[in-house]
Design a protein around this ligand. Structure first.
Ligand SMILES: Nc1ncnc2c1ncn2[C@@H]1O[C@H](COP(=O)(O)OP(=O)(O)O)[C@@H](O)[C@H]1O
Ligand SMILES: [Mg+2]
Length: 283
């Protein structure tokens, strides 16, 4: 893990800490009372960077945005692939929230593309239809311009996955996808791809090779160290650029930590949480 930590920059570690998890749960539970604008657009309330932009969780996505700017100040990153080792690690939710956070800048247009043609879900997050979408553009049935006329929210445009074909990977090895990226680069400041897991199919690795940066989502308490290493090696082997890593689900770490400080260190005479924190860090 050490060499991966060195090679990739940890962008954010706080999303999902136990207090936030509570708020998250409360937020989801209150879906029926979300602001009018949200109901109007039919957004999933887990796009919290838009639905509750002042929240503590939204703040963490702003940290992610800042760190993204800092990742490559000389040559700004424009095309981003978001992936993880396995399914259900938080790729889609991170993609949607990062895109939403970036879209508050009125000067910059952002486009989020659902390139997970096997388990597409970006359309559902934004209350859109799954098709037409990316696969239909690539097969020449739909003009890309139909997706770049009207933003879904703020300055964010969305291309859903589209019609599902038998061999989704095939479309990523065509020159069409490169042409789409070149075309979008002219108009958009950021092009973000939500993709399938690296260890399951090659799609993210192929896309990663033609994009500026791959962000690997790591789910605390779920993603195995060996899977992170394997995913990292696969991306590098495909000439993709895994430049950053986002740790989600960190309540897992902090729950274990608070248990430790509460029950273990108190018996050794540490009374304040702060002292407990120092002791845990040392060990
Ligand atoms: N930052 C996060 N912290 C905690 N849980 C998360 C986070 N992001 C996503 N999840 C949870 O992980 C599950 C899978 O999320 P999703 O984004 O659909 O994953 P993927 O796209 O990788 O399959 C969902 O149940 C979601 O609530
Ligand atoms: Mg997904």
């Amino acid at each position: 893990m050490n060499y991966i930590a060195q090679a990739m920059k940890i962008l954010s570690t706080d999303i999902g800490i136990s207090a936030l998890r509570k708020r998250w749960a409360e937020h989801v539970a209150r879906q029926d009372t979300v602001p009018e604008a949200v109901n109007k657009y039919g957004l999933d309330s887990r796009i919290i960077s838009y639905t509750n932009n002042e929240s503590v969780i939204a703040e963490q996505y702003k940290v992610l945005r800042t760190n993204l700017y800092a990742l490559s100040p000389d040559k700004p990153i424009k095309t981003i692939v978001i992936t993880s080792a396995q399914p259900k690690d938080g790729k889609t939710i991170t993609s949607c929230n990062l895109a939403a956070t970036l879209s508050f800048d009125k000067e910059k247009k952002i486009i989020l593309i659902d390139a997970d043609l096997r388990r597409p879900s970006v359309h559902a997050m934004f209350g859109l239809s799954r098709k037409p979408g990316l696969s239909d553009i690539l097969s020449g049935n739909v003009d890309i311009k139909s997706f770049t006329k009207k933003p879904a929210i703020n300055n964010l445009y969305v291309i859903p996955s589209g019609t599902i074909n038998n061999n989704p990977s095939d479309i990523f090895i065509t020159t069409g996808i490169k042409m789409i990226i070149e075309d979008l680069r002219k108009d958009f400041e950021y092009i973000i791809f939500d993709t399938p897991p690296v260890l399951t199919v090659t799609d993210a690795s192929i896309l990663g090779a033609i994009c500026d940066c791959v962000i690997l989502i790591v789910k605390a308490g779920v993603t195995q160290q060996s899977s992170i290493e394997e995913a990292f090696n696969m991306l590098q082997g495909a000439q993709a650029r895994p430049k950053a890593c986002v740790l989600v689900n960190t309540h897992f770490l902090l729950d274990a930590y608070s248990y430790y400080t509460k029950y273990k260190y108190s018996s050794y005479g540490y009374h304040s949480a702060e002292k407990g924190a120092k002791a845990v860090k040392k060990s």
